[in-house]
Design a protein around this ligand. Structure first.
Ligand SMILES: [Zn+2]
Length: 231
C-alpha cells in the first residue's frame, strides 16, 4: 500500500492557477534516480517555480504531492494547462522492470485521477504533439499501469451468497455448502458451510478476516472490487 507524502514546497514563484478543464494525464519518468526534494531544487535552478509534476511516485511506491491539481505544472510542452503530470522516479528507457511497489503506487494514482477527471486521455509524454522526448521510456509499463482492475480480478459468486456493502466494508455470509465467494488473485475463497467473513476495506488496501482467523491482505484498489461485485 502506497502512502501520500505532502510537502511544503518553497516555490521560486507561485505556479499559475489552472484555468482550463483537465483533459489528459501525462505520464513521465524522471530519468534521474533522485528524491522529490532534489527534483524540486533542480527545477528551481533551471528557472522553474519548482517541482514540475502534480504527482511523483518514488521507487518505494510513495506518492509525493507536487503541484496541487488546480495548479498548472511544467512537464508537457503546450499541454500543462490541460494535463495532470504524473511522474515515476527512474529511467524506463534503460530499466525494463519497475519495482512492484512503484507500479502499485502508479496504478493507484492513475486510478484515482481517472475517477477525479472522468474521461481524461492518458498518454505518455512523447505522445503529445510537439514533445520530442524519450519520456516516459520505451519500457514504461503502460499495460500494467493502466490495467483495468475489472479485467484482472476474476470474481465468482454462486448460490445463495449474500454480499452487503457499506462504504468500504463488505460482509458476506456463506449459508450453504456450495456457496462460493472467490477472488483468486486475492487468494480469497470462502466455500465453507456457515462460514462468514468480513472484508474491511480502506481506499487502496483491504484485509480479509475469516473465523479461523486467517488474515489475507492485498493491495488492489477496493473500488475495483466494489465494481466487480456489482456486475
Ligand atoms: Zn516527461
Amino acid at each position: 500500500m502506497s502512502k501520500i507524502v505532502r510537502h511544503n514546497w518553497d516555490w521560486a514563484y507561485p505556479p499559475a492557477i489552472r484555468q482550463q478543464a483537465v483533459r489528459f494525464l501525462a505520464l513521465h519518468h524522471t530519468v534521474v534516480y533522485t528524491s522529490a526534494e532534489q527534483i524540486h531544487r533542480d527545477h528551481k535552478d533551471m528557472g522553474d517555480a519548482g517541482m514540475p509534476y502534480n504527482w511523483l511516485i518514488d521507487l518505494d511506491g510513495d506518492r509525493h504531492e507536487g503541484r496541487k491539481l488546480w495548479q498548472v505544472g511544467a512537464h508537457t510542452h503546450g499541454y500543462n494547462s490541460v494535463a495532470i503530470g504524473i511522474a515515476v522516479v527512474g529511467n524506463y528507457d534503460t530499466h525494463r522492470a519497475m519495482p512492484g511497489a512503484q507500479l502499485t503506487g502508479l496504478r493507484e494514482c492513475i486510478e484515482e485521477m481517472r475517477e477525479e477527471f472522468r474521461g481524461v486521455g492518458i498518454k505518455g509524454h512523447n505522445e503529445f504533439s510537439g514533445n520530442a522526448t524519450a519520456c516516459p521510456g520505451r519500457y514504461y509499463p503502460f499495460k500494467a499501469a493502466l490495467a483495468n482492475p475489472l479485467e484482472t480480478i476474476p470474481v465468482r459468486l454462486r448460490s445463495n451468497l449474500k454480499v452487503r456493502m457499506r462504504s468500504w466494508a463488505i460482509t458476506y455470509n456463506a449459508k450453504y455448502p456450495d456457496d462460493v465467494f472467490e477472488i483468486p488473485s486475492m487468494g480469497l475463497k470462502s466455500d465453507g458451510w456457515g462460514e462468514s467473513a468480513q472484508l474491511l476495506a480502506k481506499r487502496v488496501s483491504y484485509r480479509v478476516q475469516r473465523t479461523d482467523p486467517r488474515v489475507v491482505t492485498s493491495a488492489l484498489p477496493t473500488r475495483a472490487l466494489y465494481n466487480a461485485l456489482h456486475w
